[in-house]
Design a protein around this ligand. Structure first.
Ligand SMILES: NC(=O)c1ccc[n+]([C@@H]2O[C@H](COP(=O)([O-])OP(=O)(O)OC[C@H]3O[C@@H](n4cnc5c(N)ncnc54)[C@H](O)[C@@H]3O)[C@@H](O)[C@H]2O)c1
Ligand SMILES: O=C(O)[C@H](O)[C@@H](O)[C@H](O)[C@H](O)COP(=O)(O)O
Length: 294
């Protein structure tokens, strides 16, 4: 099998290598000339034998839509596009309709594992028709960790289901990280605790809260004890917001994930107008002292 891979950044670059190691031929295209195999999407399509499989691994949103739209104009009936980026599941239906109108197949694939996927393999959750997924199984098998397929790969449902599962996965990721981070602050702030690092390290084996995220927390503290070199500003790239929007749309209580998303928003404020107002109101109704602005 020989496929095309568009987007060779933090994810796609390593995925190309893992696919090649796993016996899947890859021609990669990236607009960054330092990493690309070919100079354009047209050249990529020349190199990939028909019926083609093209994996898209570019930033979600307008970039992924532009690339998939261009593929819709250039691919042939029977070709298959797999969107492996973190696209919102609602985008998948649009992309699928656009491609299906031209006889081109579409599969969405949530990919997890970050920059560690090259060595550890990637967790995969796919949406689409069974025949399309069957056709791409050698790709999924090369990307996922060794062992039982069902331990790291799932056909979740129809188009959009793979990205829906990845969205929920990332919502959980937000909540887990927030809980570990709050535990870190509690331990690091208490005078009777002399071993913060040692405590997390000792939680890695045997405890109920052992996990890969905990292992990464220990790694982060090894690299930068006290996290001196890291600002307390946390970005988000959409998955947490979409999870909360889904919780609201379906009236599903998701307080932990929602709080963890809002904690990221709070991390970006130098000063909080809302908390100034709380202080002002306490003063108004109760005469409670206000701490003056510096
Ligand atoms: N980084 C992660 O941990 C991670 C994990 C799973 C999924 N994802 C998702 O995978 C996708 C890629 O993520 P990433 O971390 O590799 O991003 P990245 O920014 O590191 O890489 C994106 C690559 O796409 C290229 N690119 C952008 N526009 C292009 C275009 N029009 N044509 C060709 N190449 C183009 C860029 O040059 C860059 O090399 C995103 O949707 C992201 O959300 C990321
Ligand atoms: O499962 C994974 O490999 C990660 O979740 C991955 O998808 C990525 O690191 C997130 O996109 C970060 O998301 P935020 O920018 O929203 O934290």
């Amino acid at each position: 099998m020989h496929i095309g891979l568009i987007g060779l950044g933090k994810m796609g670059f390593n995925m190309r290598e893992r696919l090649r190691k796993g016996g899947v031929g890859v021609t990669g295209y990236d607009r960054n000339s330092e990493v690309t195999d070919v100079a354009s999407i047209d050249r990529l399509l020349d190199k990939v034998p028909a019926p083609r499989i093209i994996w898209v691994m570019v930033p979600a949103g307008s970039t992924a839509s532009a690339v998939i739209t261009e593929l819709g104009e250039k691919l042939e009936p029977g070709d298959l596009v797999i969107d492996g980026g973190n696209s919102r599941f609602t985008e998948d239906q649009k992309h699928s309709e656009l491609l299906t109108a031209k006889g081109i197949r579409f599969v969405d694939c949530g990919v997890s594992g970050g920059v560690w996927g090259l060595q550890n393999g990637y967790g995969l959750m796919v949406g689409g028709e069974a025949a399309d997924i069957e056709r791409a199984l050698p790709i999924f098998d090369a990307l996922r960790p060794d062992g039982e397929r069902a331990d790291s790969f799932v056909h979740v449902g129809g188009v959009g289901a793979g990205h829906y599962a990845k969205m929920v996965h990332n919502g959980i990721e937000y909540g887990l990280m927030q809980a570990y981070a709050e535990g870190y602050q509690l331990l690091a702030s208490k005078d009777i605790i002399t071993e913060v690092f040692g405590t997390f390290r000792a939680w890695q084996k045997g405890t109920v809260v052992r996990s890969w995220l905990l292992d990464l927390m220990v790694r982060a503290l090894e690299e930068d004890p006290g996290l001196q070199n890291i600002d307390d500003y946390v970005e988000d790239s959409g998955e947490g917001r979409w999870t909360v929007e889904e919780a609201i749309a379906n009236a599903i209580p998701a307080p932990a994930i929602t709080a963890s998303l809002f904690a990221r928003f709070a991390s970006r404020e130098d000063s909080s107008p809302a908390m100034k107002m709380v202080s002002a109101l306490r003063h108004q109704f109760g005469g409670h002292a206000i701490r003056p602005a510096e």
